[in-house]
Design a protein around this ligand. Sequence first.
Ligand code: FMN
Length: 409
Amino acid sequence: MQRQVVLKNCGRINPRNIKSYVHEGGFAALQKARERMKPGDVIGEVAASGLLGRGGAGFPCGRKWELARNNPEEEKYVVCNADEGEVGTFKDRYILEHDPFTLIEALAIACYAVGAPKAFIYLRAEYRFLFPLVSGAIGQAGDRGFLKEMDIELREGAGAYICGEESALIHSIEGLRGESRYKPPFPVDGGLWGKPTVVNNVETLMNIPAIVANGSGWFREIGTEKSKGTKVFSVSGDVEKPGVYELELGSPLSELVAELAAARNVKMVQVGGATGRILPATMLDTPLAYEGVLGSGAVTVYDESRDVIDIMRRNTEFLAEESCGKCTPCRDGTEAMLEILERLAGGDGEENDIRILQELGRVMTASSLCGLGQAAAVPLLDTLEHFRREYETRIEQSLFLRSIPGFKA
Ligand SMILES: Cc1cc2nc3c(=O)[nH]c(=O)nc-3n(C[C@H](O)[C@H](O)[C@H](O)COP(=O)(O)O)c2cc1C
C-alpha cells in the first residue's frame, strides 16, 4: 500500500525556503526533543519505533544511537550517508532535492540524542548540483537558530561506489583513500578520527522527526511485525512508469513493479542494486520487507527480451571496477567471475563454468572484507538457481560449435 511518511513534504514545501517547511510544522519535533525530552528519551523512542537502517544493512537505528551515546568519549560525530552509489538507486537524491529541511531537522535531533556537536552530510560527487540547495538549507536553519550548539558540514565524495560503505566513507571524510577496513571496531566505537560515530542513511534519518513528533506507537502501526514503517523505492528498467515510490513495508513486489511502475512481460527483477537479489517473475508476490527482499530500495526490472548472462556480465563488470582492491577475495574474485561471464556471453563457455562460478561465489561471500565482496556473487548465484537452463544451453552451444572441425568462435 502506498503511504507517505518519508516523502510527505516532497512537492508540498519549497525546498529553497525554510518558511514553507516551518509552516508545515517543520522543526516542531526538534523543539519537542530539546525542550521536553532527555537525550535518552529520544533514543528510547527511536528504539521502540523499531526503525531499521534503510541503507541496506538494516541495523536497528535506536541501538546504534544508544551505543554511541553510551561511549564515554566526549568527541562524537553523526554522519548522513548520501553517497547513493548503488546501481539504480535515486531515492536519496529525490529526497534531498525536494525536502532537505527534514533531513537537517533529523540530524539536529540525532546530534542532540547522541551528544555530538558535529554532523557531516557525505554527498556523492555526481550530486554536486545539490550542493548549493543543501548548503542553503543548512544556512537558513542556522540563521533561524535551529542549529544551536551544533554544526552540519557538507562533504563531497569523489565518485566511488565503495565510499558508500561506512568505513570507506569515514576514510574518505578523513582525506584517506576510500577503502573499507576490518570491523570491529564499528563506527560507533571507532569512527571518524577514531571517535564514536553514527552513520545513517538519508532515508533512515528522514523518519526521525515524524517518530519524535507522533511517538513510536504511531510508527509501529505501519508495516509488518519485523519491518516497521515505509520504504522508498527507486524503480527503473523495463517499466512504463519509472520513478520514486513509497510503500508500507510488507507490500508485495508485484504492487510496486506491475501496478505502480506498470511493468509488462517481466522476466526478472533485481532488488537492492548491483549486489541485490534476483527474483524471477514467478516470485513477484515476495514481500518488500526485511524478512523478504529489500536492500537499498533499488528495483530494476528486466523483461522477457533480456539476456540473463549479458545482464550478469555487465553487473559483474561494475563490481570488478568498483572493488576497492584491498582484499583478495573481492579484488580477484570479481575479476575471475567477469572473465568467465565474458567468455559465456561471447559464446565461448566451458563445461565447468557453472561449478567454478558457484565455488567462487561461495568463497567470496565467506571471506571478503566488506559487504561489496560478501554480496557480489548474490545476483549471479540467484540467476544460476532460477535461470540455470540458460547458462547450460549457452555452454552446450559453445561445446557443440567447437566440436565442428575448423570452427572458430
Ligand atoms: C559497497 C557498499 C556501498 C554502500 N553504499 C551505501 C550508500 O550509498 N548509502 C547508504 O546509506 N549506505 C550504503 N551502504 C551501507 C553502509 O555501509 C551503512 O550500512 C549505512 O550507511 C548505515 O546506515 P543505516 O543504518 O541508516 O542504513 C553501502 C554498503 C556497501 C557494502
